[in-house]
Design a protein around this ligand. Structure first.
Ligand code: DQA
Length: 153
């Protein structure tokens, strides 16, 4: 079992820290990457942290994870609310996937209340700011450890 996990970020998250700071805070994506890698090393996970503004690239990375990763944390950004392709890609790879949102999407506009990703994900985390990345990695580490223990017994 690889101990690499992918942390994938979708559109506009490259602007974290600059973009709507009242909603998303002032932490940049580079800060989040540092925090995620530090959390990963505490949890015994190698974090491969990526961001793209393109839906198909997220699909390709999910497929890539199938061969090389133990699981995925994904903040799909607005593709959460639109992308059947992401739903299908997550279903196609038999990996634990945690869906993550920095903001509490349920306290925002109604178009953010529906997710195509949630029905395919192992779990969903939202509303804890960028600390959610650490929480999601802890949840993923727990799922991976439980799976490894079950498959080796
Ligand atoms: C987001 C929530 C989405 O609704 C939004 O489109 C984003 C960011 C979040 O992290 O809170 O781009 O995924």
């Amino acid at each position: 079992m690889p101990n690499t996990v992918f942390v994938l970020n979708g559109p506009n998250l490259n602007l974290l820290g600059l973009r709507e700071p009242a909603v998303y805070g002032s932490t940049t994506l580079a800060d989040v990457e540092r925090q995620a890698k530090a959390a990963g090393s505490r949890l015994g996970l190698e974090v491969d942290f990526r961001q793209t503004n393109h839906e198909g690239v997220l699909v390709d990375w999910i497929h890539e994870a199938r061969e090389t990763a133990a699981g995925i944390v994904i903040n799909p950004g607005a593709y959460t609310h639109t992308s059947i392709a992401l739903h299908d890609a997550i279903k196609a790879v038999a990996l634990p996937v945690i869906e993550l949102h920095i903001s509490n999407v349920f306290a925002r506009e109604s178009f953010r209340h529906h997710s195509y990703v949630s029905p395919a994900a192992s779990g969903v985390m939202c509303g804890f700011g960028t600390y959610g990345y650490t929480l999601a990695l802890e949840a993923l580490a727990n799922i991976v450890a439980t799976r490894n223990a079950t498959s080796s017994s």
